[in-house]
Design a protein around this ligand. Structure first.
Ligand code: FAD
Length: 427
């Protein structure tokens, strides 16, 4: 019998299994999708995400597979520089930032999971979590195919539409749409030859119709990706899915926002026009409901990653929070297993378990709240500003903020974080 069952084999679930293994705790992953599933699009990983991947022995496998950069040029719609934002730094944080295909990171984590011999079952949907009757403190994950797996703990790493969340917080609301979406695509720079390149890349352009980030996504910079953040009306989950498949529709939305008569640099127009349709993907920004605790009352079911706190991408921190959760939780569970035999509840009450997981929960809540605040401030900047004065004020504010705060923009606390910090609050 494994000690921990992990529901969801995304970044959070796979990282958790690797760190648990490193601390001598056995786990098994159950994943809804097929082993061959690949997700489209690129992801930006900040220094705090890369630090966790380094601890998981994954960083060196992806470092040269994506575009390494330190600064992002923040500009107005016409490309005039407002300031440089330091998104990563070898000198300050030991890591630059990386823009990389999401699938590369997933495959590298999966390879590490396999190397550790951690069992992973695909095509298996968890439908319910059941607490075993007292005096047992064990929990059972129930799957759609009728299989039941019992363990000391269940970790819910099953993403924004989490099933496990309803066990931890039965009254929790559905995820909330933020009013914005991201549309992503990429081209190779050969296709862009002849296009005027006045912009310093990576760049984030703040226009009155939305924002447009242009970021190389291959190690040599020859693949140029973009991420347009724009406002769209809410729709049903099925309609979002249909729009995501409608690549011509996505291009039309981009063209309406970023092609003439709107005044963006030639590179933006070329990217919108030349993007191969199959590279286009859509991401509606949903937030998970706010929960008081990510640990069940029984202290045996724990949420991590997007299932606990999916946050919009406007701070580039969603994956980082999922990875940090995984590593910090491994310290908490290691302390619990080290303190007493959790698999033998007759040895006493679960005082240690409740206390230690509450300490972990408080530590992570405080950090994620701060990151959410940063993310929502960034999100406001990325929205369209149809009124001229509003737009001028926004640009002036950004310019002044860079002059005042420097390229870090007050983000050192976010990028410097290391998961070992949790150890100082666990006792
Ligand atoms: C298009 C896009 C771009 C992004 N860009 C960035 C970025 O640039 N920087 C950044 O930091 N973050 C980014 N994010 C956010 C980041 O990807 C997420 O925060 C991160 O992937 C969360 O990881 P997770 O493991 O918690 O959840 P997920 O990655 O959603 O993984 C959850 C897993 O659980 C499985 N699952 C779901 N339900 C069940 C069930 N009932 N039973 C079994 N398995 C189940 C799913 O199939 C999935 O594999 C982006 C997200 C998207 C969608």
């Amino acid at each position: 019998m494994v000690q921990v069952v992990i529901i969801g084999g995304g970044f959070a679930g796979m990282a958790a299994s690797i760190f648990l293994k490193k601390r001598g705790i056995s786990s098994a992953i159950y994943e809804l999708r097929d082993d061959s599933f690949t997700s489209a699009g690129n992801i930006a990983l900040a220094p705090n995400a890369l630090r966790v991947l380094d601890h998981a022995d994954v960083f060196e496998k992806i470092e040269r597979m994506g575009f390494n950069y330190e600064n992002i040029a923040f500009t107005s719609a016409d490309g005039s520089l407002l300031g440089h934002f330091l998104n990563g730094s070898q000198t300050k944080y030991n890591f630059a930032a990386i823009r990389i295909h999401r699938t590369i990171v997933r495959d590298a984590l999966r390879a590490q999971v396999r190397e550790h011999g951690i069992p992973t079952t695909y095509n298996t949907k968890c439908v319910e979590i059941v607490s075993e009757p007292a005096p047992s403190t064990k929990v059972t994950a129930v799957f759609q195919n009728g299989e039941r797996v019992t363990a000391d703990f269940v970790i819910g790493a099953d993403g924004i539409h989490s099933t496990v969340r309803s066990h931890v917080a039965p009254e929790s609301a559905a995820p909330n749409y933020s009013g914005m979406v991201g549309i992503m695509g990429y081209v190779t720079s050969g296709e862009l030859s002849g296009v005027e390149r006045t912009l310093e890349l990576p760049a984030m352009l703040f226009g009155d119709t939305g924002s447009f980030a242009i970021m190389p996504s291959s190690y040599d910079g020859t693949e140029v990706g973009y991420f347009a953040s724009i406002e769209l009306e809410d729709r049903s989950r099925a309609e979002w899915s249909t729009l995501g498949q409608d690549k011509q529709g996505l291009r039309k939305i981009l063209a309406e926002r970023f092609m003439p008569p709107h005044r963006y640099p030639e590179l933006v127009q070329a990217l919108v026009e030349m993007t191969p349709l199959e590279t286009l993907s859509l991401w509606p920004f949903f937030s998970a409901p706010t929960l008081d605790s990510w640990v069940s009352k029984s202290a045996r079911v724990i949420l991590i990653g997007d299932s606990a706190h999916a946050i919009p991408p406007t701070g580039g921190q969603g994956a980082a929070m999922a990875l940090e959760d995984a590593e910090t939780l491994s310290y908490a569970l290691a302390m619990i297993y080290g303190a007493r035999s959790v698999s033998k509840p007759e040895h006493g009450e679960d005082v240690d378990v409740n206390r230690i997981l509450a300490q972990w929960n408080d530590h992570r809540h405080a950090r994620v709240a701060k990151v959410l605040d940063f993310t929502s401030k960034n999100g406001k900047l990325r929205k369209s500003s149809p009124h001229l004065f509003e737009h001028i004020a926004k640009e002036w504010l950004m310019w002044a903020a860079f002059k005042w705060m420097g390229p870090e923009g007050g983000t050192q606390w976010m990028y410097e974080y290391a998961a070992e910090a949790v150890r100082s609050v666990l006792h």
